[in-house]
Design a protein around this ligand. Structure first.
Ligand SMILES: [Zn+2]
Length: 347
């Protein structure tokens, strides 16, 4: 018998001995399919926990490749992966398979749009958010509400993190809570991140995942939890009353606006130039002086006038941000690369 597929009766014994899960909960976990969107710090931690916990299948999608600056906190990757600049989804798949060969692991190298969600999320039992930007989260939210798939929001930066479990009919959704959850601003590239903040956020997400997958709905948290490990602050907010009957994403007359093309972030290569234009999903009024102060404070070279801020990303690439949220990424013709650069700066 192939040693990798030999049954190992003891493998999940400690998880089964945990009374709320037991052997029936373990069987449910084994029968479940999970999609992780993003294979950065949160995605690495979430995927490893769930693969070790013995889910039936795990699909992980990511658009980026491994870099040296990832190794401090992105636990699935090695120096060799950074040296080879392996796509994260490829490196993650190989590592996850070596951790648990019982699990059907699939790594997908892609930038997530409606098309990718339709292809990879449709038949999943749970979606885990490990993205680094709000446009993708709003897309995941609308798709998950429409298809009635639960999803778990997670975000962290600096020493701060937060998580919420979303399920149509049971909880409010991300659109219901737009005023409560801070959107954009600090990112790990601009404000840094310590790995305990990652692991805490992963734990908050993974605990809800195990409750849901093992059939322990009654134990779900029903709260938005946030923490700051450096300033020693912990908050927990009951969100059940935040549900809005007229919500465009989960209300009675939901129209799922973020699944429609006019609400997507638009990227295009500018004709005849080594530049990509990114137009945001929603026109927003950007406080340009705040942006330039924040980026200058972390040592970036920033120039500004009343209409735009220009940021040197490196010696080849420069981002220009306008007051309506529109951006020009100079020094690339690659749409995905341009989005990666923009999300690293602005989230
Ligand atoms: Zn809603």
């Amino acid at each position: 018998m192939d040693k990798h597929h030999a049954p190992v009766p003891d493998r999940y014994s400690r998880q089964e001995r945990f009374a709320p899960i037991g052997s029936s909960g373990q069987q449910r976990i084994r029968d479940s399919k999970v999609l992780v969107i993003g294979a950065g710090a949160l995605g690495s931690g979430l995927a490893e926990m769930l693969v070790r916990a013995g889910v039936g299948s795990l699909t992980i999608i990511d658009r980026d490749y491994v870099e040296w600056s990832n190794l401090q906190r992105q636990q699935l990757y090695t120096e060799e992966d950074a040296r080879d600049r392996l796509p994260k989804a490829v490196a993650a798949e190989a590592r996850l398979r070596s951790i648990n060969s019982d699990v059907k692991v699939q790594g997908i190298v892609a930038d997530v749009t409606v098309y990718e969600l339709d292809q990879w999320a449709r038949d999943q039992d749970l979606i885990l958010d490990a993205t680094d930007n709000f446009d993708t989260r709003l897309l995941i939210n609308d798709y998950a509400m429409k298809m009635d798939i639960p999803w778990i929001y997670g975000a962290c930066v600096g020493s701060y993190g937060m998580s919420v479990f979303f399920k149509r009919g049971l909880m409010p959704c991300l659109s219901c809570m737009m005023e409560t959850i801070p959107i954009g601003g600090a990112t790990c590239d601009t404000s840094g991140i310590i790995s305990p903040a990652v692991q805490m956020t992963v734990s908050l997400q993974a605990a809800e995942a195990l409750k849901w997958l093992s059939g322990c709905e009654d134990s779900l948290r029903n709260r938005l939890v946030s923490f700051d490990l450096w300033n020693n602050q912990y908050t927990s907010l009951d969100i059940r009353s935040a549900r809005r009957a007229d919500c465009p994403s989960c209300g009675d007359k939901a129209s799922y606006p973020y699944l429609e093309a006019q609400h997507h972030r638009k990227t295009e290569v500018l004709c005849g130039r080594d530049s990509v234009q990114i137009r945001p999903a929603k026109v927003t009024k950007v406080k340009l002086p705040d942006v330039s102060d924040r980026l200058r404070a972390i040592g970036l070279i920033v120039q500004e006038n009343p209409y735009l801020v220009s940021i040197e990303v490196n010696d080849k690439q420069r981002v220009v941000l306008f007051g309506d949220g529109r951006m020009l990424v100079h020094g690339t013709k690659d749409l995905v690369e341009a989005k990666i650069i923009a999300d690293r700066l602005f989230g």
